[in-house]
Design a protein around this ligand. Sequence first.
Ligand SMILES: Cc1ncc(COP(=O)(O)O)c(C=O)c1O
Length: 374
Amino acid sequence: MNIRLSRSIVGDAEAQAVRRVLIEDGYLGMGTEVRLFEEELAAYLERAPDQVMAVNSGTAALHLAVQAAVEPGYEVLVPSLTFVASFQAIGAAGCVPVACDAREDSATIDLNDAATRITPRTRAIMPVHYASNPAGLDATREFARKHKLRIIEDAAHAFGCRHQGRRIGSFGDVICFSFDGIKNITCGEGGCIVTADPETARRCRDARLLAVQNDTQVRYAGARSWDFDVTDQGYRYHMSNIMAAIGRVQLGRLENEFGPRRVRLAAIYRERLANLLDLAFFQNNPEDEIIPHIMPVRVLHGRRDTIKAALAEAGIPTGMHYKPNHLLSRYGGGKPALPVTERLYSELMTLPLHPGLSEDEVGHICAVLRNALR
Ligand SMILES: Cc1ncc(COP(=O)(O)O)c(C=O)c1O
């Protein structure tokens, strides 16, 4: 067995789509394929097409979303337990990421802790759907209403998931997805911003193309902007036709192929590793339908490193999502302390999960892990 922690699952259909762009379309930049991908994403997310902006990474999506929704210099509440991309995106927009503690049951933002970190400069909250779990989203919306904050969802893990029957991205203020190489769907690299707020959408749409005003519409008409104005800071963050062509195929494979496969493999993990003294899973709300992007578990009682080593010895790679950001030099170097996050950090271990794994392989991983824990 050659087990990988995660991987891109692409095949002939994606290769054909890329070939179509390379050979037939003859324009590799941002054009028809990106427009069609945005339209298909919008249909999937039950949104109007002008509410979805494709970009070249999830980090770019978060950066543009924060820049469009929050003035520079203001604070954004964000769980420390997230990929450094969330923090870097807030900082790139000239804002200040304020690290918050995590809930023990879901590793998502602890709103009680977040409430203690509100200042007159707080303008937004960035919940992270850790391991695809939108836990606490309703409470976050209530919290944001009460404190008059924008909500920028880091939904990098949560493409295709449903919260109480509604797809993540089909409702809410600003939602950012990632389509990097190992996400629920991939474009190679990529991401998108979703929002119903016309001004936020306009600012994101322009800023992905160096803030050249209305350049998207010009490109979709197969032309170029020669005479234009710029009022905002912009970036080269647009998606290419090659990326979009891959994404369109992947989107078509999510519901019947990738989604059920990830759900099934995660269920096997939960079933075979149930009721072990030193192992705990994060809780998903039964009313949510989750397509798990990663499979983190907690190894309790100080055993994480030895268990991780035993799995490595057996050829089973594991990960750790994530090193908390407040421990990084740039974001406080451990101050202030976030006790739950730090405890979770000492326990976290991510097991292999991707649609290319077989049920036998997951069964084997469970057997090795159970044996190591015995
Ligand atoms: C929680 C989280 N936020 C943001 C990102 C950034 O997405 P990307 O890698 O597409 O830039 C990731 C990607 O791994 C992520 O896991």
